[in-house]
Ligand binder design. Structure first.
Ligand code: FAD
Length: 478
């Protein structure tokens, strides 16, 4: 009996996909990475997950956990070669798609417990039905899963108020690389009893074990929410504007997103949306307040004061649900892949810098781009309230592609060096995966990678959990 037939006998037909059926699981978001696997394995329970992991451990087969496969860094797709170019060991994709149940909603504890394959939207809806809020939110909510969000420490639009997934996981359960199940499904807000092991699995991108269930923190529902798109006088005014918003709106600032005019204009044109405001500026900020109480008066007063200070030129306040939705549709359409056909040739970075350094950092990226690729389009958009802005430099017509490709590597390296020099990160919320594994090394001191390798060796001595992802190559293995 082959290895896959053995798994099929244990999990049944529904638990194994091969051939054509497996293909969608073997190519990542944006089509950047395609891999090979013996099979896509779909356990339906924690016990079945442990059984699969034990079988893989004894056969030396690698395990690539996968949630919704919306990750941007190739983390959920098997590698075909190791960093030295040798053929990688055979692998299975371990899809959590059948483990998608909401286990319990516990409003009195302010928690929800969900299986790893439950979507973010399903968790949000279950929380809302109990009069609570599950705050993490982003464009891929309908497909991205709890397990993937934990494994990448996902962020999104609401981080400025509620934090990342790391701030929402109270407890988790994981299948370790040897097949043992660690039940850490605690629901404690405070617990000082030694190492906080759950944190190891948050942001580990499946390299330490398979997250199977999690206890997630809930917040009070915020039935009153309103957004405004404000044309701003320049990047220098952004941080005082955020400070003013926080001071005047009593902690109700849920989102503070940067929208560049070039993206706004293109999104409106491409998707047939009316421009939300007449005034033109190079940048806009999309601010959302949400609260248990009405927010309109505070939003209006904040915008008036910001205008008196000269930080805001004009603003469109959403007065209907439709208007609100349009502002957020524009925001969600800003990624380059939605707007420009040539996007795949561009330099696209998920950077964050300390928030007070964002303006000078953005100028520096533009200076580097103007020097090396003067015809290319440079823009940043996204979660500026927490310092995480997706920076792009791209060709926007076919004639620009060839000259752009001639300088692309140098351009990318110079921007990455600048990101490190500004105390920033190349991976603010999308993980490292395959994409950044060899580029992120200089972001941290060698001792930090060494400690991470020590943790990896302690939890996964055989190296079967999502190999050749996340950690730069271990010099000890060279
Ligand atoms: C339109 C769009 C918008 C996005 N916006 C944002 C955003 O604003 N903020 C943000 O943070 N991300 C964003 N993302 C990226 C993506 O949605 C997140 O990274 C998400 O957390 C990935 O979840 P997933 O279930 O799709 O994980 P996958 O892509 O399947 O996997 C991601 C990583 O997690 C690992 N993994 C998955 N499940 C498990 C598990 N159960 N146990 C252990 N490891 C596991 C995988 O091996 C892989 O390394 C966006 C993506 C898209 C397509």
């Amino acid at each position: 009996m082959t290895f896959v037939d053995g798994l099929r006998a244990d999990l049944g037909e529904a638990g194994i996909l091969t051939g054509h059926d497996a293909e969608p699981y073997l190519t990542g978001q944006r089509g950047l990475y395609t891999g090979e696997a013996l099979a896509v394995v779909r356990p339906a329970s924690v016990d079945e997950t442990a059984l699969v992991v034990r079988a893989c451990a004894s056969a030396g087969v690698a395990i690539v956990p996968q949630g919704g496969n919306t990750g941007m860094s190739g983390g959920a797709v098997p590698v075909t070669a190791d960093p030295a170019g040798n053929t990688a060991r055979p692998s299975v994709v371990l899809s959590m798609s059948r483990m998608n149940r909401i286990v319990s909603v516990d409003p009195d504890r302010w928690t929800i417990t969900a299986e790893a394959g439950a979507t973010i939207e399903a968790v949000q809806q279950a929380a809302a039905a109990a009069g609570r809020l599950f705050a993490p939110d982003w464009g891929a909510r309908g497909t991205a899963t709890v397990g993937g969000a934990i494994a990448t420490n996902a962020g999104g639009n609401n981080v400025v108020r509620y934090g990342t997934m790391r701030d929402h996981v109270l407890g988790l359960e994981a299948v370790l690389a040897d097949g043992r199940v660690w039940d850490g499904l605690r629901a404690l807000r405070k617990d000082s009893s030694g190492y906080d092991l759950k944190q190891l699995f948050i942001g580990a991108e499946g390299t330490l074990g398979v997250v199977t269930r999690a206890v997630l923190r809930l917040h009070p529902a915020t039935p009153h929410a309103q957004s405004a798109l404000a044309a701003v006088s320049g990047l220098d005014g952004l941080m005082p504007l955020l400070e003013l918003a926080e001071a005047r709106c009593g902690g109700d600032v849920t989102a503070f997103e940067l929208v560049p005019d070039v993206g706004l204009e293109r999104a409106c044109e491409k998707f047939g949306l009316a421009r939300p405001l007449e005034a033109r500026a190079e940048f806009y900020v999309l601010v959302r307040l949400s609260s248990t109480e009405p927010v309109s008066d505070r939003l209006g007063a904040f915008l008036d004061e910001a205008s008196e200070c000269g930080w805001v030129i004009d603003a469109a306040v959403a007065v209907t649900d439709e208007h609100e939705e349009r502002l957020w549709t524009i925001r969600d359409e800003l990624p380059a892949m939605r707007l420009w056909d040539q996007h795949e040739h561009g330099v696209k970075l998920d950077t964050a810098v300390p928030i007070d350094r964002f303006g000078p950092y953005h100028d520096e990226v533009r200076r580097i781009a103007a020097e090396l690729a003067p015809d290319a389009l440079t823009y940043g958009f996204g979660h500026v309230g927490d310092g995480n802005v997706h920076m792009y430099v791209l060709p926007t017509n076919d004639d620009q592609v060839e000259p752009f490709l001639a300088v692309r590597d140098e351009l990318r390296e110079r921007i990455e060096e600048a990101t490190f020099a500004y105390g920033g990160t190349l991976s603010a919320e999308h993980g490292i995966g395959q994409l950044l594994r060899d580029r992120i090394r200089h972001q941290k001191p060698e001792i930090e990678w060494d400690l991470m390798q020590a943790v990896k060796h302690a939890l996964d001595p055989q190296g079967i959990m999502n190999p050749h992802k996340t950690l730069p190559a271990d010099p000890r293995q060279a």
